[in-house]
Design a protein around this ligand. Structure first.
Ligand SMILES: [Fe+2]
Length: 500
C-alpha cells in the first residue's frame, strides 16, 4: 500500500522507501528502538508536520490510518483503519493528534454525532482537555479547534480552520482531506476545488500519496464543470496508481455529466479489477456504473449491479455513503416505474435506526426514500416530526439551520409525490431547486431531486405544471445533450401533452 505523508521525509534515509514497516508489510528494519523513534520524529518535523508524541509506534499508526483514509481503502493486513486507531490509542493514549484522527474519522463519516453518541462526546472532551494540557504546535491546536467546530455543527468554520493550517502546511493531508470532505457536505463546490488547487504545486511526484491529491483536485474540477481538465488530472493520477478508486470515480462523474453512457460503461468494466478492492469507495463506483444503465433504460442490468454489489456491500459496511447510494439507486428505479420487490424493506432495516439522527439533511432525505418505498408510514412520520422539532430550537448547527427552508420542504415534496399529490410536490420543490446544493452531495447525487421534480411536474393535474415539465426537460437537454433518459422523458411529456 502507499506510504503515508510522513514517509516522504524518511525516503532519503531509506531509498528503498517504506520506513513505515506496518505500512508496507515489510519486515521491521534492524536498529535500536531509540534510533527508530528519532528517525520518525525527524521525518515529521522535516516536513513541518511535527507530531507531539514520544511514541514511534503512534507516529507509524497515525500515518497508516491517514493513508487508508486518504486512499479509501482499509488495509486488512494492518487491521484496517479501526485496528490502527485502537493500536494507536494503546501506543500513546495521550497523543492528541491520535485523538484528532480517530474522532475526526468518526465525525466526518456522518454516521454519528456528539449530540447522539455520548461516547463520541466524551472522546471529543478528552481530546480538547488533552490539547490544553500539553505543549502542542499551532498546527495541532488548529486541528483540535477545527474538529471541535465540526462537532458543534459549524462546518464552514471548521473549514476555515483547516484552511489556516493548509496556508502554512500545504502537505498536511489530514487537513486537506477533512476540508475536502466537509466542503462536499456543504455543497461548496468551488471551495472544494480551490482548496486543493492552492496546495497542489506542493504535492510534487516525490511526495508519497501525491497522485491521490490529483484525484481530489480532479473531483473539484468535475463538480465545477471543468470536465476535460478533470479527466486529464484523474488520468494523470491513474497513470501513477491505477488502483486509485477516487480518480476512477472522477472519470465516472465526467461520463455521467456528459451522458456518455457508452464510454462510461466501458470504462467501469475495463477498470473494475483495479478499484473493486477499495472497500470504502467500491460500492459508490458500482452505483455510478448502475446509473449508466438507468440512463439507458436497462433496468435489469442496473438491478443486477444493485443485487450483486451495492446491496451486499452496503449491508457489510453500513457506511453513510453506501446507505445513501442504496436508497438513491432504488428511488431512481422507482421513478422509472421499476418493480423492486422486497428491496425497500431490506434497505429500511439499515436506515430505520437513523430515523431520528438528523446529522445531515442529505442523509435524512435518503432515509425518507426508504421509509416511503417500504410504505412504513410510522417511520416516515417519525423522521419528519423529529426533524421539525429539532429545527424549531435555535442552534448553531449549520445543517439544522437549513431544515426549515430546505430540508423539510424537500422531504415533504417526496411525501406528497408518494401520496399522488404531484402538484403539491412541485409547489414545494420548484422554489428551492437552486438552493438544494446547500445540502451537499455531488451533482450526480442531487440529480435524483431534479428527476423527482420532472416526474412530479409530468404527473401534475395542472396544465401549467405539465408545461413546466417540458421546460425543465429542455433545460436538462441543454446542459446534458443526448441523454437517453431526457429523450425518454421528452417523449413521455409529448404524449401527455397530446392527450391533454
Ligand atoms: Fe460520485
Amino acid at each position: 500500500m502507499p506510504l503515508g505523508d510522513s514517509a516522504v521525509r524518511a525516503r532519503a534515509a531509506d531509498p528503498q522507501g517504506g520506513w513505515l514497516e506496518t505500512g508496507t508489510g515489510r519486515p521491521r528494519a534492524p536498529g535500536a528502538a531509540g534510533e527508530q523513534l528519532q528517525e520518525q520524529q525527524e521525518a515529521w518535523r522535516d516536513a513541518g508536520l511535527v507530531l507531539s508524541t514520544t511514541s514511534n509506534e503512534a507516529c507509524k499508526l497515525f500515518d497508516a490510518a491517514l493513508t487508508q483514509y486518504a486512499t479509501w481503502t482499509n488495509d486488512e493486513s494492518l487491521g484496517g483503519i479501526e485496528g490502527c486507531l485502537s493500536k494507536l490509542k494503546a501506543a500513546d493514549p495521550n497523543f492528541t493528534m491520535g485523538h484528532v484522527i480517530a474522532n475526526g474519522l468518526e465525525l466526518v463519516g456522518t454516521g454519528s454525532s456528539v449530540r447522539l453518541d455520548k461516547e463520541l462526546d466524551r472522546a471529543m472532551r478528552t481530546m480538547v482537555a488533552l490539547s490544553e494540557s500539553q505543549p502542542l504546535t499551532e498546527r495541532e491546536k488548529l486541528h483540535v479547534s477545527a474538529l471541535d467546530m465540526f462537532a458543534r455543527g459549524q462546518l464552514p468554520e471548521a473549514c476555515d480552520l483547516w484552511e489556516q493550517i493548509l496556508q502554512r502546511h500545504p502537505t498536511d493531508l489530514l487537513a486537506l482531506k477533512f476540508s475536502h470532505d466537509t466542503y462536499f457536505y456543504l455543497g461548496y463546490q468551488v471551495q472544494m476545488r480551490d482548496s486543493v488547487a492552492r496546495v497542489y504545486p506542493f504535492w510534487t511526484p516525490d511526495v508519497p500519496l501525491s497522485s491521490y491529491v490529483k484525484g481530489y483536485y480532479s473531483f473539484g474540477l468535475v463538480e465545477t464543470n471543468f470536465f476535460d481538465r478533470a479527466e486529464e488530472v484523474a488520468r494523470e493520477a491513474l497513470a501513477v496508481n491505477q488502483t486509485d478508486a477516487w480518480s476512477v470515480h472522477t472519470i465516472a462523474h465526467v461520463n455521467e455529466m456528459k451522458a456518455d453512457v457508452k464510454k462510461g460503461l466501458e470504462f467501469m468494466k475495463e477498470t473494475e479489477t483495479n478499484w473493486k478492492n477499495s472497500d470504502m469507495l467500491a460500492c459508490h463506483n458500482y452505483w455510478h456504473w448502475a446509473l449508466y444503465f438507468i440512463e439507458k433504460g436497462e433496468y435489469e442490468a442496473a438491478l443486477t449491479i444493485y443485487d450483486n454489489h451495492i446491496a451486499p456491500r452496503c449491508l457489510a459496511s453500513g457506511s453513510m455513503l453506501d446507505v445513501v447510494d442504496n436508497c438513491s439507486m432504488l428511488y431512481r428505479l422507482h421513478l422509472e416505474g421499476v418493480k423492486l420487490g422486497d428491496r425497500w424493506k431490506d434497505v429500511l432495516a439499515l436506515t430505520k435506526k437513523h430515523t431520528k439522527d438528523h446529522i445531515l439533511l442529505f442523509n435524512d432525505v435518503h432515509f425518507l426514500m426508504s421509509s416511503l418505498g417500504a410504505k412504513d408510514h410510522t417511520t416516515t412520520q417519525e423522521l419528519l416530526t423529529t426533524l421539525q422539532e429539532l429545527a424549531k430550537a435555535p442552534c448553531e448547527d449549520h445543517q439544522l439551520s437549513l431544515a426549515p427552508s430546505l430540508g423539510l420542504p424537500l422531504c415533504q415534496a417526496f411525501v406528497e409525490f408518494e401520496n399522488g399529490n404531484c402538484d403539491k410536490a412541485v409547489d414545494l420543490l420548484y422554489p428551492i431547486r437552486y438552493q438544494l446544493i446547500q445540502l451537499g452531495g455531488s451533482n450526480a447525487q442531487r440529480d435524483v431531486f431534479s428527476q423527482l421534480l420532472i416526474h412530479a411536474a409530468l404527473n401534475s393535474k395542472s396544465q401549467a405544471k405539465r408545461n413546466l415539465a417540458r421546460c425543465l426537460l429542455r433545460e436538462r437537454d441543454g446542459v446534458r445533450p443526448n441523454s437517453p433518459m431526457t429523450e425518454r422523458l421528452i417523449r413521455k411529456a409529448a404524449a401527455i401533452h397530446s392527450m391533454a
